[in-house]
Design a protein around this ligand. Structure first.
Ligand code: IMP
Length: 427
């Protein structure tokens, strides 16, 4: 029995796609448990680059079962486009299963995401405008349409009618927008339902049976710890639970089933959208990281804000996720920087704090306290063993381990599957 949860230890975009793809090779089942097509995974496989938003990265292996769990908000149009994109690329995809309890993103969710963002003015969150927040709002309000409803024509018609009456009120009266047409949406989504029906399953049962029979299961979180609705930098967060605990709720398994929790952290820090980011670099080094790290969003194309590695937030991620391992990605991007900085605490007036603050006001106003470590200039993209890394790179990794309290088990030195240093196998 081996169930591993893989999560983002920062603000998302840590390179989870690559690590999931790497670990998926050994897993029989790969499960996505939250978020939707706000996520974007870039995976390089078969010498080709793939950009996925919704389908678990494990799909690139022919013999894997990939599950979209109940905690996901699913845009059927995007899912079907992704499936045909993979087909066009000539990838023989594995088997896909969709939880009948996953929530469906509707056209009014996408529309409202944009309108709500615009209405926030200077307090905007910087959402991906994919309808994620509004779809989770409907889930909490207990009016959401689930995949199981979508494939049941009568149920879908009734729920869509009820919802649309409310949403059109909101659209026209609050936002002065045009109302949406019932027939149009119904017909569009009926087509999706017919195409997706064959994939729908009781995914919690499938996952449980797989774990019980001794198969290896990988739970893949989207976004990252600091975007978690409860534990992230609220309100600049997403509307789901990317932390490891989210896997239990979003996949329908109990915490006792999980053996290992791997946190993926970039060797520096990035953030998309609004919100505080103490170690952000608004200088040449920040621009260099952005360029060399190709720090532009897979989903929205937005430039990611870049900064030094912040050990406080990754130690916090270790706590709220119960991390057993760290996968440190993009170490090669730091090559050539003479002196590398690591954020080790935050200064507030005369006080220095070493734990992630509970108050977002404190986080916003804090100034990072740095430690400086020597950099390296050797090309490390071809290194496959920890021992062969330059001394300074080894010291950097060891310092990350000391500051976060988590062993760095995997190190990524490039985007390719093979550009990974394994210090201990996860499965
Ligand atoms: P939403 O998830 O579209 O509602 O966006 C809420 C916040 O989460 C915004 O700051 C987004 O930029 C951020 N966000 C959502 N998904 C991702 C992701 O996959 N990577 C990084 N940031 C994300």
């Amino acid at each position: 029995m081996a169930a591993v949860v893989l999560i983002g230890a920062q603000w998302g975009d840590e390179g989870k796609g690559k690590i999931t793809d790497f670990l998926a090779e050994k897993a029989e089942l790969v499960v996505r448990y939250q978020g939707g097509n706000n996520a974007g995974h870039t995976v390089v496989a078969h010498g080709q680059e793939f950009k996925l938003h919704l389908i678990p990265s494990g799909i690139l292996y022919e013999n894997k079962t990939c599950v979209i769990g109940n905690g996901v908000v699913l845009d059927p149009k995007v899912l079907l486009e992704e499936l045909s994109y993979l087909k066009e690329c000539g990838v023989k995809t594995g088997q896909l299963l969709i939880s009948s309890n996953a929530q469906v993103i509707m056209p009014y969710h996408r529309l409202l995401d944009g309108l709500e963002e615009d209405a926030r003015g200077e307090h905007k969150i910087g959402t991906t405008k994919r309808g994620i927040g509004p779809a989770y709002m409907d889930k909490s309000a207990r009016i959401g349409i689930r995949v199981g409803d979508l494939i049941d024509e009568e149920e879908f018609a009734a729920k869509l009618k009820r919802n649309l009456a409310d949403k059109n009120n909101l659209l026209t009266k609050l936002y002065g927008a045009e109302p949406l047409e019932y027939e149009e949406i119904f017909n569009e989504y009926r087509e999706y339902a017919l195409k997706l029906k064959a994939f729908v399953a009781d995914s919690s049962l499938v996952i449980d049976q797989s774990i019980q029979s001794g198969e290896k299961v990988l739970f893949e979180g989207a976004q990252g710890t600091l975007l978690d609705l409860d534990h992230g930098t609220y309100p600049y967060v997403t509307s789901s639970h990317p932390i490891a605990g989210g896997a239990c709720i979003g996949a329908g398994i109990g915490p006792t089933r999980i053996q290992r929790v791997v946190g993926v952290a970039k060797a520096y820090t990035t953030r998309v959208g609004e919100g505080p980011f103490p170690t952000e670099l608004r200088d040449q080094t920040g621009m260099m990281l952005q360029e060399r790290g190709h720090e532009f969003g897979t989903t929205t194309g937005r430039a990611r804000r870049c900064g030094w590695f912040d050990a406080v937030i990754v130690r916090y991620a270790a706590r709220v996720n119960g991390l057993t391992d760290l996968a440190l990605t993009k170490l090669d991007v730091l090559t050539g920087i003479e002196k590398i900085r690591i954020g080790v605490g935050y200064r507030l007036g005369n006080e220095v704090i070493y734990e992630f603050p509970q108050s977002q006001k404190i986080f916003r106003d804090s100034v990072p306290v740095y430690e400086e470590v020597p950099g390296w200039s050797e090309d490390i993209t071809g290194v496959r063993r920890f021992e062969d890394l330059p001394e300074a790179a080894k010291l950097y990794i060891e310092r990350v381990e000391q500051l976060t309290g988590v062993p760095v088990t995997l190190v990524a030195v490039g985007p390719g599957r093979e550009q990974t240093i394994v210090r201990e196998s996860i499965f």
